[in-house]
Design a protein around this ligand. Structure first.
Ligand SMILES: O=C(O)/C=C/C(=O)CC(=O)CC(=O)O
Ligand SMILES: [Ca+2]
Ligand SMILES: [Mg+2]
Length: 425
């Protein structure tokens, strides 16, 4: 096993009791946020409705649209976000503007109030039908850490890493909404001292703190979506946990990449924050070390889309274990979309692509237990005991916030999941 990065040499992994990111949900979900979700109520559990989160309430968007005579009532009265996402950017903007006015203007407030339900009384569902799912690998710190841990005899970054955003196609059908339990996967692993692979429950179950981008408007087969097409195609952003079985992954992934080690569950937040809400969080990506091919070169003014100042927090059984900063990602979401389509592959409404694990330069900013415990060799000291990888019953929760207009903060919801024992174990 290799040594840690120099920056981390003096770091002792520990748990900070302070709570940097948890502020009142009401303040984090004000009129500048307005994320979309899908909910049902206990009295009609089969009736799924689009909702817009406002403070600690959810607006029944379809019912409100009908009451206000909205021209977009048809896409809001659906049991999924897909029709609204497919409608394109001009409709996204119009719906956002009108729902904001329903919620904030005095003349509308009384009508809107009739369609607001307390969040505590509703059940939230996966808000869109996931078409294809792709996972990228865009954090230089994460890729460097994983390279050092998994491939100590090689260069940490592969020769292609700074020339293209590396990714793989994942499993759309196992994307689940926050709160869905995660059953410990089983499979093959091969400890270095065993002559043959063993079968059984994963012993190195991990998390990956990521940000997901949800495609709204589709593209044609054969067409490329350039850097400037990002805002026309991407509807919004969600938090994502790419659960990963490191022992399965390490044995299976050569030479085609992750397969069963990552396909058993990927959890997302129930809230999709529209891209438009994140304007105040836009930041320039880090300086790139190597020149980029034209389809990825965002150095020209106006093209550096997708760099975002999102501050993530990872909690294990309630204790903060990391605070990964999304602003440090080497590749932006716009570059990832351009790369995903540069061969002519088309986009479908509901495509989901994940940023890759978000890890900042400081050890307390690493977005996976693999990195936080340096391959399981340096356990985290939690108040309830030491942890390397996840144990049955552990609960992992990701939250995030970002700057909003005029000094406000916007919440990105949360994605949580409890580890359940392997089937039959
Ligand atoms: O480099 C490897 O062998 C493995 C990398 C990962 O497991 C990370 C991955 O899924 C992509 C990411 O989340 O950054
Ligand atoms: Ca991942
Ligand atoms: Mg996954």
């Amino acid at each position: 096993m290799s040594e840690r990065a120099p920056a981390s040499a003096s770091f002792t992994v520990g748990v900070r009791a302070h709570n940097l990111t948890r502020m009142s949900d009401t303040a984090l979900f004000g009129p500048d946020n307005l994320p979309y979700g899908l909910f049902s109520t206990p009295d009609s559990p089969g009736h799924r409705r689009l909702g817009i989160r406002y403070g600690d309430d959810v607006l029944d968007a379809g019912a409100a649209a009908l009451a206000f005579g909205s021209a977009h009532a048809d896409v809001l009265q659906q049991p999924s976000l897909n029709p609204l996402m497919a409608a394109g950017r001009s409709v996204w903007r119009a719906v956002r503007a009108e729902s904001r006015s329903w919620l904030t203007e005095d003349v509308h407030r009384e009508t809107a109030a009739r369609h607001l339900l307390p969040l505590s009384g509703v059940r939230l569902h996966l808000p869109f039908e996931v078409a294809d799912y792709v996972d990228f690998y865009a954090s230089e710190q994460h890729a460097t850490n994983v390279g050092r841990i998994f491939r100590p005899d090689d260069e940490a970054l592969t020769p292609n890493w700074k020339h293209l955003p590396i990714g793989y196609h994942g499993r759309a059908g196992t994307v689940v909404v926050s709160g869905t339990p995660v059953v410990r996967p089983q499979g093959q692993r091969k400890p270095p001292n065993e002559p043959l692979p063993l079968f059984g429950p994963s012993r190195r179950l991990d998390i990956e703190a990521e940000v997901g981008f949800v495609v709204g408007a589709p593209s044609e087969l054969g067409a490329q979506v350039g850097l400037d097409g990002f805002r026309d195609h991407v509807f919004g952003v969600t938090l994502l946990n790419d659960w990963s079985a490191r022992d399965l992954q390490a044995w299976e992934y050569v030479p085609l990449g992750p397969f069963l080690g990552k396909s058993f569950a990927t959890s997302v937040s129930p809230w999709i924050t529209p891209l438009e809400a994140l304007d105040a969080a836009r930041v320039a990506p880090p300086a790139r070390d190597l020149p980029l091919l034209p389809y990825l070169d965002d150095s020209a003014e106006g093209l550096a889309e997708g760099g975002l100042d999102l501050r993530l927090t990872v909690r294990l059984n309630g204790h903060v274990i990391a605070e990964p900063p999304f602003s440090t990602m080497y590749w932006t979401a716009a570059q990832q979309l351009a790369h995903l389509t540069v061969n002519g592959a088309s986009l479908r409404t509901g495509d989901l692509y994940a940023s890759g694990t978000v890890s900042g330069p400081e050890p307390a900013q690493f977005g996976s237990l693999l990195e936080l415990t340096w391959g399981g060799r340096e356990p985290l000291e939690l108040p309830d005991g030491k942890r390397t990888f996840l144990e049955d019953g552990d609960v992992v929760t990701l939250t995030a916030w970002c700057p909003g207009p005029a000094g406000t903060r916007l919440g990105l919801g949360e994605v949580t999941g409890e580890v359940r024992p392997a089937v039959g174990a």
